[in-house]
Design a protein. Structure first.
Length: 168
């Protein structure tokens, strides 16, 4: 469920509340998750990535899902966080690992670092204000560095081409 949240950006309670009816065809004809965030009561529509679909498929016929009309069989938030803490200890991860970290991972590592515009990320996260999403963008100096390297390379190519033209 943690990985599911890493690829959807959904908070624990929003994953917990998902049902099969939250899977809809989006504007592009592909499957999307369409829900309302419990915390902000704002709409959240998220295209389903392949990893997300694999997780949905894995639990499609799970008894807990069928009995409780849930998309996924999810433990309590406390239990999830206890297991994440145990995994962090085993893997010698010094950072406190909680379910909410998955939401940050979606915002930073999965989307913003891979060039998804902050406005799109904000909409998928169900934020009412872009400033809330900008909080996630502050940690992306690496992305700024990569983007500027691309720009520097473009300038280098332009300068090389101009130098060749002048030499001829």
């Amino acid at each position: 469920m943690f990985i599911f949240s890493c690829f959807t950006g959904l908070a624990y309670i929003d994953v917990f509340n998902l049902t099969k009816s939250n899977i809809v065809l989006g504007i592009d004809g592909e499957k999307w998750i369409s829900t309302h965030r419990q915390k902000t009561e704002s709409a959240s529509k998220i295209p389903i990535l392949p990893v997300t679909q694999m997780i949905i498929d894995k639990y499609e016929n799970h008894p807990q899902c069928n009995n409780k009309n849930k998309l996924l069989p999810i433990l309590s938030n406390q239990k999830m966080n206890a297991y994440l803490k145990e995994l962090a200890d085993i893997c010698e991860i010094d950072k406190e690992l909680t379910f909410h970290i998955a939401r940050h991972t979606f915002a930073t590592t999965v989307t913003l670092t891979n060039g998804v515009p902050i406005e799109s990320v904000s909409k998928m996260l169900g934020h009412k204000n872009l400033r809330t999403t900008q909080h996630y963008a502050k940690v992306l100096d690496r992305k700024v560095s990569e983007d500027m390297k691309i720009l520097k390379n473009k300038f280098t190519i332009i300068n090389c081409n101009n130098s060749k033209k002048q030499a001829n």
